[in-house]
Design a protein around this ligand. Sequence first.
Ligand code: FAD
Length: 525
Amino acid sequence: MSNEPPDTTAESGFEPLRATRRTALRGAGFAGLLTMGRASARQDVGVRLHWHRRDLRVTDNPGLTGDDRLLPVFVHDPAILTHGAPPVVSFLLDALDSLREQYRDRGGELLLARGDPRAVLPALAAACDADAVTWNRDYSGLASERDRAVAGALADAGVSVGVERLGGTLLHEPEHITTNDGSHYSVFSDFWREWRNQEKAAPVAAPVRGDVVDPRGSLDEEWLGEASGVAGSLPSLADLGFDDPEADVQPAGTDVAHDLLADFRDGTIYRYGDDREFPSRESTSRLSPHLKFGTVGVRTVWKATEDAASAASDGDARASVEAFQRRLAWREFHAHILDARPDVVTENYREYPNAIQWRDDPEGLQAWKDGETGYPFVDAGMRQLRDEAWVHNRVRMVAGSFLTKDLLIDWREGYDWYRRKLVDHDTAHAAGGWQWAASTGTHAQPYFRFFDPVTQSETYDPDGEYIREYVPELRDAPTDAIHEWPTLDDERRADITPDYPAPIVDYGEHHDRAIEAFEAARGDG
Ligand SMILES: Cc1cc2nc3c(=O)[nH]c(=O)nc-3n(C[C@H](O)[C@H](O)[C@H](O)COP(=O)(O)OP(=O)(O)OC[C@H]3O[C@@H](n4cnc5c(N)ncnc54)[C@H](O)[C@@H]3O)c2cc1C
């Protein structure tokens, strides 16, 4: 395997900027920047400004390799923050704290700015006399638009820098995995075959002391003082306009991610194949927010899977590792789709000839959000979301199917609720997951396929352990009654507990309603 990161700059569409005039950027219009100063402490090698976004780590970060000295920055961008929510922003702040420590351990400092990156980055590049600005590529429409605008702003400002967009988020860039006609794959099994066969790059080394610029003493105080909001202390959730999350959000940071990964590699990964669909068995990695914010590098995760495969005792153990590797491929499949079709966040990927007649059902939607539908497996998932800001994949699928099929409510409502509540919210995977559940996505769950919440609960929570944990009203109920709750008569339900609701939709009838709506959308009606 090559130690070199794949060269993604060639297809990036960004030409290095070669403007020669350095302009003063006083009053560039963001918090804290007033005065420029020269920052490069050592004049013999150039300074490169690295803009961190979803790569909040120093280890295994292709954006941090190279000969020049690094000045890292993170910009709290109000335009992006409007799409945030307390769990993700809380995780982000925790991750930034950890990143800052990682830089301090190397004699540097993470600059923290607040404002529009189109103003912040040209100004900072000028202030620190940067030769280059780098960032790792992001794939959403919003991010791509922003990045193009920042590259343009750097050029317009006449700051003499080269801009490079690097690939630190995925193992394979969208341009490298395409169908014969050059378009993105829309069938996962085909994508997987191609993705699996391509060589994967190894993790890259972290910068060491001396590779990182210590901006103190070289950048002007305005950049560094607390009042500027540029360095100094991290903002709080309240500073950024967010309430505290309702959930107990899992901790962030590279050490946490590496510990999770090591535990998973050394044990749980071998149970993944058999146990991953059972929410009470805790057999998944819980790496999703770390992969979203890049507190761990995906090459590091891949290497851990290869190590686990080499140490596997038999074919079953190797198959289990491969089941996990497929999940990493799903992650990239969805990212490639988002790159090709940025509209999947709001529009159906697969259009039906007629519009799907989603129901307007505010009470049903609220019951779903509150975990009060009277379908215990669904409610357990929605309450896990409320309490932990994370939900097991099987239950996300069942709760997603329940909303879009059983309640026939638009998938965008579910997407928006998960966006506000999940710590791992990621536009690519959320759009992929929701559109799959709603049968509007790529490889499409057929419209007539439902996840029957009773059968799902019997199959994937046979002892009712998961449901009992999150639906305490049913803690003492017999297991068969837990599963069959939606089908029991009122008297039997009242005998078991008066505290848990009756089903909000009649078991069975909603099925016919959804089939009719989808057939009408298909023009079959
Ligand atoms: C309706 C719905 C919405 C979803 N929204 C998100 C989301 O906003 N963010 C998110 O990261 N995942 C989302 N998923 C995918 C999946 O549920 C989570 O990635 C997974 O539960 C995270 O737990 P884990 O890290 O323990 O996963 P593991 O099983 O350990 O998987 C390892 C990693 O693979 C990736 N992965 C696993 N399954 C998928 C998948 N189906 N699609 C894409 N990547 C996957 C994740 O990065 C995950 O961390 C959604 C799924 C559905 C059905």
